[in-house]
Design a binder for this molecule. Structure first.
Ligand code: HEM
Ligand code: HEM
Ligand code: FE2
Length: 460
């Protein structure tokens, strides 16, 4: 690491590990409930578990993006972070808001709006928190010694994500209007501005790990930003098919959302081609695995499985079923969880000076979690298609169908155990790195290592 203030990133990443673990506990609670084993129901009803599972996911991912920003922005701007103290205050207050929300969900203090369950009063605290973050990062960029495309795209992604939180806070007493604007947050985040955050972190990692010229990589970044906006903004229409909005959304949503996979395909091709061009090999192989893996799995989960139910003719049957959960898991995992784990594995040796980049536990963490997540996606897919057939085609009762699906959740639990074993190994490796150290300021552990030539054979 070049700058002392980059050390803050470590604490954001450590918070991710904690919240991620807790998220998985709630995943298991729901998985068992789907099998009919719902012994915790009176303390943790399904709605509370679901809100906790998905909100913890969003918070740990945001926390990971913030950690990435605290690590990348000083490096790209060529100066220390504007205020380290503010960064710590912001992190701690974010954790406090998160804990209060989770406790609230268990006490039935929540809004029944998927992903935006936190009650309105807490939303204001979130806004204050995010303003602190944007101010701190913004000042660092503004007063930086240099401006880089990667740094600016990352900042713009974070800034727009903050702005897009606001439409979800408008109060409506009309269900259609409320849904309409809820999608400005949920859809325009994951299929819009978060893609900028992902693209820029990907670009940063590829610059560092492959040694390909910054100019080449940043040109790709422009193309990805262009493709994202071209398809993603009007692609919001794929959530407006049957919620009471005008009919033209069927056409607009269908056409533009069908183009959305292009941005993810672009990122996958981009990462693979930069990797193939890499002249020097960076010793941090695990980070390269996560980086290339993220680009590929996001295309599968978001692009391919998103397309699978995005046409109105299909969505009419699959809407709100476990088919959605199938896509939601692999998309969130491939695009956003994996990019956070990629930057974490890149940053850890830089922050702590320990070179655990080729450890067995780190490699196993990558493979077990990915194979486990593909298995989980398969289990949700089989359950989802069965549900669509029985409930929507045959017209059987919702709860009757849920009983028929119990057996598929045994498959989900088994795959989730594999996945969780991978994540435990990831966290184990994280802990082994130890705390960030001042000795590493101005030094990069990778530069002490002799170059090994091409990394090709070892990855494929
Ligand atoms: C990384 C990017 C993406 C993530 C994280 C993601 C995640 C999700 C999640 C969590 C939902 C459920 C939302 C809710 O019901 O509140 C959802 C719904 C949906 N997604 Fe994605 N998605 C991504 C990209 C895409 C893409 C590129 C497409 C289309 C090509 C797509 C198509 C859909 C559709 C059609 C629905 C609605 C499902 C329904 O009617 O129940 N998604 N997505
Ligand atoms: C131990 C591992 C996990 C298990 C057992 C699990 C299980 C579940 C279950 C049972 C649901 C509820 C489905 C329903 O509505 O009936 C759910 C929802 C969800 N989970 Fe997980 N999950 C796990 C890990 C993850 C991870 C790692 C992610 C993200 C990277 C994730 C993202 C989501 C999302 C986005 C939803 C909402 C889906 C939707 O909107 O339909 N889960 N999970
Ligand atoms: Fe969407």
């Amino acid at each position: 690491m070049k700058y002392k203030s980059q050390k803050v990133a470590y604490w954001f990443f450590a918070t991710c590990m904690l919240l991620f673990s807790l998220q998985l506990v709630y995943g298991f609670i729901m998985g068992f409930a789907h099998m009919g084993l719902d012994g915790l129901h009176s303390w943790i009803p399904f709605n509370a578990a679901r809100a906790t599972h998905t909100n913890l996911l969003v918070v740990w991912l945001l926390c990971g993006f913030m950690g990435a920003a605290h690590f990348i922005i000083p490096d790209e701007a060529g100066r220390e972070l504007h205020s380290v103290k503010l960064a710590y205050v912001q992190l701690i207050s974010l954790i406090v808001v998160g804990v209060v929300s989770v406790i609230g969900f268990h006490l039935n203090w929540w809004e029944g709006r998927k992903f935006l369950e936190i009650p309105r009063p807490l939303d204001f605290l979130v806004v204050i928190n995010v303003l602190m973050f944007i101010f701190n990062i913004g000042m660092t960029v503004l007063r930086g010694k240099k401006y880089s495309t990667t740094g600016i795209v990352l900042f713009m992604g974070l800034f727009s994500a903050a702005l897009l939180y606001l439409p979800g806070m408008i109060y409506f007493d009309n269900q259609t209007m409320d849904s309409f604007f809820r999608w400005w947050v949920v859809h325009l985040w994951v299929e819009g501005v978060w893609e900028l955050i992902m693209g820029s972190i990907l670009a940063y990692l590829l610059i560092k790990l492959t040694g390909v010229d910054r100019e080449v990589i940043e040109k790709w970044l422009y193309i990805i930003v262009g493709l994202t906006f071209l398809s993603g903004i009007l692609g919001t229409g794929h959530h407006y098919y049957y919620i009471g909005t005008p009919k033209y959304w069927l056409m607009v949503g269908g056409i533009f959302s069908a183009l959305e996979p292009l941005a993810f395909l672009g990122m996958a091709l981009f990462a693979i081609s930069m990797y193939r061009r890499s002249g020097r090999s960076h010793p941090n192989k695990i980070s390269l695995y996560w980086t290339i893996g993220c680009a590929i799995m996001s295309f599968v989960g978001a692009g391919f499985l998103g397309f699978a139910h995005t046409l109105p003719q299909v969505n009419m049957y699959t809407h709100g079923t476990l088919v959605t959960a199938m896509h939601g898991h692999l998309a969130f995992w491939g695009a956003y969880a994996m990019i956070v784990l990629a930057i974490t594995t890149y940053a850890l040796p830089e922050l702590t000076g320990r070179k655990l980049w080729n450890s067995m536990s780190g490699m196993l963490a990558f493979w077990l979690s990915n194979i486990g997540m593909v298995g989980m996606t398969g289990a949700f897919a089989v359950a989802g298609v069965t549900q669509v057939y029985l409930e929507r085609k045959m017209g059987l009762d919702f709860l009757l169908v849920q009983k028929e699906l119990h057996v598929h959740f045994l498959g989900l639990i088994l795959a989730a155990c594999l996945f969780t074993a991978g994540i435990i190994l990831f966290i184990w490796t994280f802990i082994q790195y130890g705390l960030p150290s001042d000795e590493m300021i101005g030094a990069s552990p990778s530069e002490e290592e002799p170059a090994h030539g091409h990394a090709h054979a070892q990855l494929v």
